[in-house]
Design a protein around this ligand. Sequence first.
Ligand SMILES: [Cu+2]
Length: 150
Amino acid sequence: MSPNSPGSANDLVPMLMRRLVIVLTLAVGGLTACGGSDGDRDAPARSYTVALQIEDHEDEYRYLVVGDVPTFQVGDEVTFEAENSGTLAHDLQVVGPDGLTRGTAEAVLPGVTLTLTVRLEDPGIYQLNCLVDDHLTAHHMQEFIQVVDA
Ligand SMILES: [Cu+2]
C-alpha cells in the first residue's frame, strides 16, 4: 500500500476556505460602504505617493522607482505617479496577488505623468504592467512590488 500524499487533496480545503473568507469580507465591506456609519473601515491606514519614471531605451522598457521604495503594507493606499520619460506612449496596470486587476491608468505620451491610486488589500506580490502594444509581452515592461501584512 502506498501512503496518501498529504499535499494534494488536503491543500485544496484551506484554499477554498480562504477564497470563501475573501468573498465574505468583500460582501461585508460592500455593506459597510453602503451603510456609511463605520468610517474607520473605509479609511486607509496609510496613504502615500510613489514616484516612478518610465524609460524605453532601445529594447529595454521599464518603470524605475524614484527615491526610496517604501515597505508596502496591507491597507495602504498608494498613488503611483509615473512620468513618461521615454519616446513611446505607456500606461500602467496594477494586478494583485490573485491575478485580478486593481487599477489601470490610460496611456500617456512622452513628457506626461500618469497617476493611478490603488488600495493594497492583500499581502503578496503585485505586478505593475504596461499594456501598450507588445511592451509587456516582448519587452517585459513589468515591475513587482511586495505587500506585507501590516
Ligand atoms: Cu509601455
